[in-house]
Design a protein around this ligand. Structure first.
Ligand code: RP5
Length: 164
């Protein structure tokens, strides 16, 4: 496997309508050379697809699973219940409650089955990918170097003073 494709991370979303948000996770992983396996899987509309996918993910050595969902978002929790692969959740602002419902549903997992929950929306999706990269980077010097460079480039873009 080429160096840049050493790690594979799954990005799941409850609906295709979540893709504009979850694309931020996909793009961020790709930016670091981490392969993103992107799927539409609904915990309530396609529960069998979820179970089938997770069996596949276990056998293919998927390092982490990022789940984005809106409304009474249970995708991340149900995913975590079916696998020991680490699961991160991204609440999506697709409901009349603008993601507050999804945030609470995702973050409030009872003790025993963790879901690492990020912020609502695109920022959360991007951070989910960055968090996975940070974990992987502890055991991968090349990825660690890329993460340090990313942080440095990000800092360099912050101006000392605002322009008019
Ligand atoms: C959730 O319901 C999905 O994650 C999505 O955010 C929301 C709306 O889904 P669609 O009705 O657009 O398919 O399950």
């Amino acid at each position: 496997m080429p160096e840049s494709r050493k790690h594979r991370v799954a990005v799941l979303m409850g609906s295709e309508s979540d893709y504009p948000v979850m694309k931020a996770a996909e793009e961020t992983l790709e930016q670091f050379g981490v392969e993103a396996d992107v799927r539409v899987i609904s915990a309530h509309r396609t529960p069998d697809r979820l179970v089938r996918f997770l069996a596949e993910a276990e056998s293919e050595g998927v390092a982490a699973i990022i789940c984005g969902a809106g409304w009474a978002a249970h995708l991340a929790g149900v995913t975590a219940a079916h696998t020991t692969i680490p699961v991160l959740g991204v609440p999506i602002e697709s409901s009349p409650l603008q993601g507050l419902d999804a945030l609470l549903a995702t973050v409030q997992m009872p003790g025993g089955i963790p879901v690492g929950t990020l912020g609502i929306g695109k920022g959360g999706a991007k951070n989910a990918a960055l968090l996975v990269v940070a974990f992987l980077a502890r055991f991968d010097p090349d990825l660690s170097k890329k993460l340090v460079e990313f942080r440095e480039a990000q800092s360099a873009k912050v101006p000392e003073r605002p322009t008019a």
